[in-house]
Write a protein of this length. Structure first.
Length: 344
C-alpha cells in the first residue's frame, strides 16, 4: 500500500506459507462441504428446513473454497492490452476477488438465517413445518446469494486500469471508508453476531422455562417409572431438538471465534484512520482464522450433529443401512415421528 493506493498484485499468494495455508483450506473446504452436500442429497431422512439451510451453507462454503484457490493460489491472469473490455472485467471482477468476497457475505447471511430458523423451530413449533421443497423456503435460501453478489458489485467502483495495471483505491476513497466498509462489517459480522446472541439467549431461557414447567407437571409425575411409547417418542424428539440447537450454537461460536480478530482490526482501521498495519503478521493471522471458517463446519456436523452422523452411516455403511433406516423417523412412519421431524 502506497499513499492509500494499493496495487493489485499476486505477491501475497505467491509466498510459500500463504500458498500452503490457502491450498490446505481450499482442499479441506471442497472435500468437507462436498461430503455434506452428498449426504444431504442422498439421504431422504435429512429432508428438513434445518438441513436445507445447512446444505445452502455447505454449497456457499464449497464454492468459497474453490475460489480461494482460483484467486489466491493460482496466479492471476495477465491483463490483455488489446482487449479493453476483458481487461476491465478482469480488473473489477477477478482481481478484486469479487466472487470470493460475495460468497463471504452470503455465508454470514445464511448463518444468520440458520440461527433464525432455530428461533422459529423453538418458539413456533406448530406453525413451523419441515418444507424444504416449498417455494417460500427456496426463495428465502436464495436471499444470502442475492444480497452478497449485489452488494459486492460496488467493489468494482474502487478498481481501475492504469498503465495496463489494475489499481485498487479502496482505502484512499472516502466513500469506501465511510459507506462500503461499515456496511460490509455489519453484514459480515455485526448482524450475525447480534442475531446469534439474541436468539440463543432466548432459546436457553425458553428451554429452561419449558423444562421447569414439565418437571412441575402433575401428569408427568404420575408417569415417572412407567413411560409409554408416545412419551418415549416425545423424549427422543426433545433430545433431537436439543442436539440440533447445540450443533447450530457450536457453528455460531466457531464463526465468532474465527472472524472476531479480523473484524475488530478492520473496525479499528476504519475508526482510527488506518491505525492497523494490514501487512502485519497479526492481520495475516486474522485472515487465516477467518478463512478457516469455510471448512470447519463439516467437522462440527461429523462430531456433533446426530442426524448427519446417521446419514453418513446410511451412505457409507451398507451393512448397517437397513438398521439405521428403521431408527431414523420419517414423515410417513407415524404421527409422532412426523412431529419430530417438524420440530427438531
Amino acid at each position: 500500500m502506497d499513499n492509500g493506493t494499493e496495487v493489485a498484485t499476486n505477491e501475497g499468494s505467491n509466498q510459500l506459507s500463504t500458498t500452503i495455508v490457502y491450498t490446505t483450506f481450499g482442499v479441506f473446504g471442497i472435500a468437507g462441504n462436498g461430503l455434506v452436500l452428498l449426504v444431504i442429497f442422498l439421504v431422504d431422512d435429512l429432508n428438513s428446513v434445518t438441513n436445507l439451510f445447512i446444505a445452502n451453507q455447505s454449497l456457499i462454503d464449497f464454492l468459497t473454497s474453490v475460489f480461494i484457490i482460483a484467486l489466491y493460489v493460482v496466479p492471476l491472469p495477465p491483463i490483455p492490452i488489446d482487449r479493453p473490455t476483458l481487461a476491465r472485467f478482469l480488473c473489477r471482477f477477478w482481481y478484486t476477488g469479487y466472487p470470493f468476497w460475495s460468497l463471504i457475505v452470503a455465508s454470514s447471511l445464511n448463518l444468520t438465517l440458520m440461527t433464525l430458523e432455530r428461533f422459529c423451530a423453538v418458539f413456533f413449533p406448530i406453525r413451523f413445518r419441515s418444507q424444504p421443497n416449498s417455494r417460500c423456503m427456496k426463495l428465502i435460501a436464495t436471499l444470502p446469494w442475492a444480497i452478497g453478489f449485489l452488494f459486492q458489485l460496488s467493489s468494482g467502483f474502487f478498481a481501475h486500469l492504469e498503465d495496463n495495471r489494475c489499481i485498487f483505491t479502496f482505502f484512499s476513497n472516502p466513500l469506501f471508508r465511510r459507506v462500503f466498509q461499515p456496511v460490509a462489517i455489519f453484514l459480515e459480522f455485526i448482524l450475525p453476531v447480534l442475531v446469534m446472541l439474541i436468539v440463543y439467549t432466548s432459546i436457553v431461557i425458553k428451554l429452561r422455562s419449558d423444562g421447569m414447567r414439565a418437571f412441575d407437571s402433575p401428569r408427568l409425575r404420575t408417569r415417572v417409572g412407567a413411560a409409554s411409547r408416545p412419551q418415549q417418542a416425545i423424549d427422543y424428539r426433545s433430545r433431537a431438538r436439543r442436539n440440533t440447537i447445540k450443533t447450530m450454537l457450536i457453528v455460531s461460536l466457531f464463526f465468532i471465534v474465527c472472524w472476531s480478530l479480523n473484524q475488530v482490526l478492520f473496525i479499528v482501521f476504519s475508526c482510527c484512520g488506518g491505525g492497523v498495519d494490514l501487512n502485519s503478521l497479526l492481520y495475516q493471522i486474522s485472515v487465516f482464522m477467518g478463512f478457516g471458517n469455510m471448512w470447519i463446519n463439516p467437522f462440527i456436523y461429523s462430531f456433533q450433529y446426530r442426524w448427519f452422523q446417521k446419514g453418513l452411516r446410511k451412505v457409507f455403511c451398507k451393512k448397517t443401512r437397513s438398521r439405521h433406516s428403521k431408527e431414523m423417523p420419517t414423515i410417513s412412519t407415524a404421527k409422532t415421528s412426523s412431529n419430530e421431524t417438524v420440530s427438531v
